[in-house]
Every structure is written in structure tokens, then in C-alpha cells.
Ligand binder design. Structure first.
Ligand code: BTN
Length: 258
């Protein structure tokens, strides 16, 4: 696997043509002590990983596949805030760079027109109650055409190109996301978690909607009311009960499905 290394403004950028998964590479580099801010980027992935053990479709050239090593001084409880911080960073930059109305589906799917445009996979290692490192893996469908998505993704996935009608340069998005992540990490360092949640809520496509959530304990239906300070989704069922959800897959019900 040949890599090209360059010095980025916030750390080393290591670019590959093809890898199994940029997250796997970044985790193994982090284990070897590579510093905060190291970024692994690939043109394609043969074993791209998604949330909940799923695969991430990663064909060559069209899209962004990147993983950032972060070493913030945070207790393990703060994994959730990193999920929110990463989603806010990605959504804000894609909006700024491409004009696409990107929204966030709880906890961190990047959505446009109700379809998935990107996703974030967070991995972390902690020891003795401290986080040693995070790897934030980001996949964004940038210049994919509708006909290039496999059949099972066609109805549920989208790309910047499909939404904007324009080919976008990937580097400004990659650089923008890195800068934005460090901006929000500074906000977090100052203890201002409220700003991160406020920005997440402003970009959410989930809150206020009727949703079905597939949780490890089965399907829960209700109106998404808010997220709490731990990032858990609070649903109000038709009977008026409040349900607190820590993990699951949200399906936002559009008008005709209600
Ligand atoms: C999701 O399921 O929504 C998360 C998808 C995350 C995909 C990215 S692509 C770059 C990085 N490397 C991986 O193997 N996965 C993440």
C-alpha cells in the first residue's frame, strides 16, 4: 500500500489510493502513537465500515473517505459529544462549501432531501478512565451519480452532485471539516457543550418529527422531542410516555407514511 504524506495545517495528511478502511489504518497508526490531527484519506476502500457493523459503499475517486486521529483530554463519557461535534462540523462545512441543505439525522447521519449523503463512524480507545484517542471516520458521497449507486442504496442515498447538480472539489471540504472539528474541539475544551448541542439541534432533521427507531430492544415509535445532555434521543409516544433512546436507527416518517 503506497502512501503519499504531506504536512497539513493541523498535522500529517496520509493519502492512499486504495485501503481496506481508513478507520482501520488510523486506529493502527494511533496505537503506534501518531499524534493528534493526523488524517488518513483514501480514494477508495475495499472494506469500508459503517455504523452497527454495516459496510460503507466506497467506490473510487468520487467520494470522501477520511479518518482523523484526535487526542482530546476527555473522560470516556464524552464519546457522545464527539459524535455530535463531528456531525455538526461536517454538516456546516458541506453547507458552506456546496450550498446543499444538509441536515443531521440522530445521532450523526448527514442527510439531504431525506436521503443519506454521508456518515460518521467513531472509534475510541480508553485506559484507566481516560480517552487515549478517537478516530473519527467520515464518508461523504460527493460526486456520485444516481446511476452509480447499487440498487439497494438508490432509493435511500444521495450525493452532493445529485443535490446541487454540480461537481465539487473534495479538498476544500476535507480541509474545511478538519478546521471546523478543531474549532468545535476548542469550544468543548472551554466547557461549552451547550453550543455544540444548540448547533446540532438547529441542523437536526429528526427533532419535531414522527419517527420509528429500531433499537437493540425493538422498534419504538413516537415524536422526537429533544436530545438530553448525554446525547440520548427523547421520544414521546402516542400514549404520552417519554422514551429515552441511547442507540438505534431512526426512520423519519414523511407525511404519507404517518
Ligand atoms: C455510517 O454508517 O453512517 C458511518 C459511515 C462511515 C464511513 C467512513 S468512510 C471513512 C471511514 N472509514 C471507514 O471504514 N468508515 C468511515
Amino acid at each position: 500500500m503506497e502512501a503519499i504524506e504531506e504536512e497539513g495545517p493541523l498535522g500529517k495528511i496520509i493519502r492512499f489510493k486504495e485501503v481496506g478502511s481508513t478507520n482501520d489504518i488510523a486506529v493502527s497508526l494511533a496505537e503506534k502513537g501518531h499524534p493528534n490531527g493526523t488524517i488518513v484519506i483514501a480514494e477508495s476502500q475495499s472494506k469500508g465500515k459503517g455504523r452497527l457493523g454495516r459496510a460503507w459503499h466506497s467506490p473510487p475517486d468520487a467520494n470522501i473517505y477520511m479518518s482523523i486521529i484526535l487526542r482530546p483530554a476527555l473522560p470516556p463519557d464524552d464519546v457522545t459529544i464527539m459524535t455530535f461535534l463531528s456531525a455538526v462540523s461536517c454538516a456546516r462545512v458541506i453547507r458552506k462549501e456546496t450550498g446543499v441543505d444538509v441536515r443531521i439525522k440522530w445521532p450523526n447521519d448527514l442527510m439531504a432531501s431525506g436521503r443519506k449523503m454521508g456518515g460518521i463512524l467513531l472509534e475510541s480507545k480508553s485506559e484507566r478512565g481516560r480517552i487515549i484517542f478517537f478516530v473519527v471516520g467520515i464518508g461523504i458521497n460527493v460526486n456520485m451519480k444516481e446511476e452509480d449507486f447499487p440498487l439497494d442504496l438508490k432509493a435511500i442515498a444521495t450525493s452532493v452532485l445529485m443535490e446541487s447538480g454540480k461537481i465539487s472539489k473534495k479538498n476544500p471540504i476535507i480541509e474545511g471539516i478538519t478546521d471546523e472539528m478543531f474549532f468545535w474541539l476548542d469550544v468543548l475544551k472551554k466547557g461549552d457543550r451547550a453550543s455544540i448541542f444548540k448547533n446540532w439541534k438547529a441542523l437536526s432533521d429528526t427533532l419535531g418529527e414522527d419517527v420509528n427507531v429500531m433499537t437493540p430492544n425493538g422498534l419504538i415509535a413516537g415524536r422526537a422531542v429533544t436530545v438530553d445532555e448525554k446525547g440520548r434521543l427523547i421520544l414521546k409516544t402516542k400514549k404520552g410516555e417519554l422514551k429515552i433512546i441511547s442507540a438505534g436507527d431512526v426512520m423519519v416518517l414523511r407525511k404519507e407514511e404517518k
